[in-house]
Design a protein around this ligand. Structure first.
Ligand SMILES: [Zn+2]
Length: 88
């Protein structure tokens, strides 16, 4: 079974999506996977899930015009978005 998610943010190294499960099932607020140095292109990325709630199922993550081109940072239970650092 494949779970479908929507990426909330993408930068040059990762894309991020919110974990939909109760924290008793999965302690993570957000899951992320490698973005392959492409923060620009809208697409669907298939991965195997890191999420306890998905039990290792495959996920498809939609990256579209609603996905912020930002770096996501997590501190405790809060999420902040930061400007993507330019590649040096
Ligand atoms: Zn999860």
């Amino acid at each position: 079974m494949t779970e479908l998610y929507h990426a909330i943010a993408i930068d040059n190294t990762h894309f991020f999506y919110l974990c939909p499960y109760d924290k008793k099932i999965c302690p993570s607020l957000v899951h992320f996977h490698g973005s392959g140095l492409d923060s620009i292109t809208n697409r669907i990325e298939g991965r195997s899930s890191h999420c306890c709630g998905d039990k290792g199922n495959n996920v498809e993550v939609i990256i579209d015009n609603h996905t912020l081109r930002k770096t996501l940072a997590i501190r405790g239970n809060s999420i902040t978005f930061k400007k993507i650092r330019k590649k040096t």
